[in-house]
Design a protein around this ligand. Structure first.
Ligand SMILES: [Ca+2]
Length: 361
C-alpha cells in the first residue's frame, strides 16, 4: 500500500503503479488489487494525500481501501491511513521504506551502521570504530568494557567514619549488565564526534589523550547519545567504580593507596593528566577516582538513598542539580576522594575545568 517515500519519490510511485509490488511487499495478502490500481492511477504519488487534505478524492480513496480490509492502521477516520507509507499494517516514518518482509526500514542507502528499524542492522563498524548517530562509523578508539550484572552495597562504606549524611543509608542495589568506557572521554574522542573541543585547559603533548572537560551535562549526555549510549546512572557509576570492593577507595581503606590509582590534589600538580596512566580497578576501568570528576545521569536529592528502588535505580524524576562522582585532580583532602562521596553540578549549563564524563550503553 504505497503512499509516499521520502527518497526516490517518483521512482517509488512508478514501481508501485507498474508492478503492483507494494501490495506484495507489504505482505498483506491484499486482494483488492482493483482498488489499489485505481487509486494509484488516479493519484500520482507526488500528490499523495496528507492529513491536511482529507477532503480530496485521494483521501477518499485511501479511506475506502482502509475500510475494505479492516486495516489496523490508525487515522482512517479523518484522513488517509499514513502520512508517509503504510507497510505491513504499520505507518512508516520519514526516511523509512517498506522492506520485502512487510516491515518499515531505513533504506541504509546513506547509512553504514546502526539499526535498520526492523531488528536487523545496516552494518557493523570495525575495530576501534563506533557508530555515530546510527549512521556513520567513526574511528574513536573507545574501549567499552563489560560490567557484569550483580548486587552491591551503595553508599557509605562499612566503618567509614568520614561519610556525610547524603551518603546514607547504605543500601543494597541490584544492577543489570552494561558496558562502560574504560576511560574518561578524551579531547580527541570528543572532537572527532562533535567537531569542537570545549576543554578549558587543552592538554599539550599527549593532550589529545587528556580527558575533555568544561562540558555541560547536556554536552556530555548528547555525546553519549550520539554513540547509542548514555551517561551512567549514579548507581552504575558507583557499582563500576567499586568493582566488587567495599572499601573507601577501590584500592583499600587507607589513603596511602590513592596515589597509585588516582590523580588527585596531592599528586597531580593541580592539572589534569592523559587517561590510563594510573592503575585501573578490578574491572579494568581507569581514573574512576580522580583526574576529572564525572557527570552521571541522575538528578540530586538529599534523601534519595532512603527510598530508591533496589533494582536499577535511575535517580529522582526531577531536580535542579545533577550528581557528579569521582573527585578530581583539584581535590586536596583525601576524604573527598572516597568512592561513595557525592558531588553535584547544575544540570542546565554548568561547566568546569575539573568536570568531564564517560558513557555507558
Ligand atoms: Ca575520573
Amino acid at each position: 500500500m504505497l503512499r509516499r517515500t521520502t527518497t526516490g519519490l517518483v521512482f517509488a510511485s512508478l514501481l508501485g503503479v507498474m508492478s503492483g509490488c507494494s501490495s506484495a511487499q507489504a505482505g498483506h495478502g491484499d486482494t483488492d488489487a482493483g482498488t489499489e490500481d485505481s487509486a494509484a492511477t488516479d493519484l500520482p504519488l507526488a500528490e499523495a494525500p496528507t492529513r491536511t487534505d482529507p477532503g480530496d478524492s485521494a483521501a477518499d480513496a485511501a479511506e475506502d481501501q482502509g475500510e475494505g480490509k479492516g486495516d489496523a492502521v490508525p487515522g482512517t477516520d479523518s484522513g488517509p491511513a499514513c502520512e508517509v507509507l503504510e507497510c505491513g499494517g504499520a505507518c512508516c516514518q520519514p526516511g523509512e521504506v517498506c522492506a520485502a518482509d512487510g516491515c518499515c526500514t531505513p533504506s541504509c542507502l546513506h547509512v553504514v551502521c546502526g539499526d535498520d528499524g526492523c531488528g536487523g542492522s545496516c552494518g557493523e563498524c570495525g575495530e576501534g570504530q563506533d557508530c555515530v548517530d546510527g549512521a556513520e562509523c567513526v574511528t574513536l578508539g573507545l574501549n567499552w568494557l563489560p560490567i557484569p550484572a550483580g548486587m552491591f552495597q551503595m553508599g557509605c562504606s562499612p566503618n567509614d567514619d568520614m561519610c556525610e549524611e547524603i551518603e546514607s543509608p547504605a543500601h543494597e542495589v541490584t544492577l543489570s549488565a552494561f558496558e562502560m568506557l574504560e576511560t574518561e572521554v578524551t579531547e580527541a574522542q570528543y572532537e572527532a564526534v562533535e567537531k569542537a573541543n570545549p576543554a578549558c585547559e587543552p592538554g599539550s603533548g599527549l593532550g589529545s589523550d587528556s580527558p575533555v572537560e568544561c562540558v555541560t551535562w547536556g554536552d556530555a549526555a548528547g555525546y553519549c547519545n550520539r554513540l547509542g549510549g548514555r551517561l551512567p546512572t549514579e548507581a552504575e557509576w558507583e557499582y563500576a567504580a567499586r568493582s566488587g570492593t567495599t572499601t573507601r577507595f577501590y584500592c583499600g581503606d587507607d589513603k596511602s593507596c590513592l596515589d597509585e590509582i588516582a590523580w588527585w590534589g596531592q599528586n597531580s600538580g593541580s592539572k589534569k593528566h592523559p587517561v590510563k596512566q594510573k592503575v585501573p580497578n578490578a574491572w579494568g576501568l581507569h581514573d574512576m577516582l580522580g583526574n576529572i570528576s564525572e557527570w552521571t545521569q541522575d538528578w540530586k536529592s538529599e534523601d534519595y538513598y532512603s527510598f530508591s528502588p533496589p533494582q536499577d535505580p535511575r535517580g529522582p524524576d526531577t531536580g535542579l542539580l545533577k550528581i557528579v562522582r569521582g573527585g578530581s585532580y583539584k581535590v586536596l583532602e583525601w576524604q573527598f576522594m572516597r568512592v561513595s562521596r557525592r558531588y553535584h553540578g547544575d544540570g542546565t549549563g554548568f561547566a568546569a575545568k575539573t568536570l568531564g564524563f564517560r558513557c555507558v550503553k
